[in-house]
Design a protein around this ligand. Structure first.
Ligand code: SF4
Length: 297
């Protein structure tokens, strides 16, 4: 690679890093994800997304007008072959506070889920429970997860296609018992950008297939659908995501969100400007006495 190519690559990478930081900063502001004095527990799985999230949060922390702490936490689920030293070594080089939490959810999942069935549901529930209680223990006021825009759009379609629910993955969530608040700072980031960012940054990524579970087949199919869209119609995934920020309950069909039952007719006010409102009647079988001259309404 010659000097010009290297310079071009560096410029491209700087642009990408800037875009990702801007996306994260905007998501944090739009959803008031981080406030003065927050202790943010950054959940680190060792995957590319969690590394990128931590990296960006730490760089924003340096320039943010507010003060907040970031504590990296990895839950070691005792999957066979998990390289235990990678994350602590990485956190040490960054010189940031961290915890490695040991919880053998792997054995529980293996014991409870029948062979051949997908283990992700129980595994995530156990992981969530452990992280929620640990956050309280260390006084974390926010739990940051590395889900990005593609994860959120995939989840929306998964719930629609297989659960018949218009339900996604929110940028910010309060746990049912109100004791924890989860934030997703990568909400506005595309996965393809995070992949490039992680490659350039050379994060020591830990493979995510150690548990032996295949990623849910339904999610894989939806991922493939989004990849196809990206090839054919760039911007569609972003549009789907934006639609989640721009919901019109009266144009959907959920009786709990909009009161369709009592939509009273009210002609007392000014009539709106209807396009093409003039109409003439060429024939009718309605009684002359009841005849209404529609043209003069
Ligand atoms: S892929 Fe493995 S570690 Fe990840 S949620 Fe599923 S079972 Fe758990």
């Amino acid at each position: 690679m010659n000097h010009t190519d290297t310079r071009k690559e560096t410029l491209e990478f700087n642009k990408l890093a800037k875009r990702l930081r801007r996306n994260v900063g905007n998501a944090i502001t739009d959803y008031n994800m981080i406030e003065e004095g927050d202790v943010v527990m950054a959940c680190m799985s060792g995957g590319k997304d969690s590394f990128a999230m931590l990296d960006i949060l730490l760089s924003l922390q340096k320039v943010a007008p507010i003060h907040f702490e970031v504590i990296a936490v990895n839950l070691d689920q005792k999957q066979p072959g998990f390289p235990e030293h990678i994350l602590p070594d990485y956190f040490e080089t960054l010189n940031i506070p961290y915890y490695i939490v040991d919880k053998d959810t792997y054995s529980v999942v293996k014991e409870k889920v029948p062979e051949g069935k997908t283990t992700c549901g129980l595994c995530s529930r156990l992981r969530r429970g452990t992280l929620y209680s640990f956050a309280e223990k260390i006084g974390a006021t926010k739990i940051a997860l590395g889900h990005h825009m593609d994860d959120m759009v995939e989840t929306l379609f998964l719930n629609m296609f297989h659960g018949a629910r218009l339900k996604g993955m929110p940028p910010k969530l309060r746990s049912d018992d109100g004791r924890n608040v989860v934030i997703r700072p990568l909400t506005y980031c595309r996965e393809k950008d995070l992949i490039r960012f992680a490659e350039e940054k050379n994060f020591p990524i830990i493979p995510c297939n150690l548990c032996g579970s295949q990623e849910n087949l339904q999610r894989q199919a939806i991922k493939a659908m989004l990849t196809e869209w990206d090839k054919k119609d760039a911007g569609r995934v972003e549009s789907v995501f934006k639609s989640l920020q721009n919901v019109s309950p009266s144009q959907l069909a959920d009786k709990n969100l909009f009161d369709f039952e009592s939509l009273p007719l009210d002609r007392s006010g000014e009539r709106a400007e209807y396009a093409f409102s003039e109409a003439t009647v060429s024939s009718t079988n309605i009684d002359k006495a009841l005849y209404i001259d529609v043209a003069n309404i």
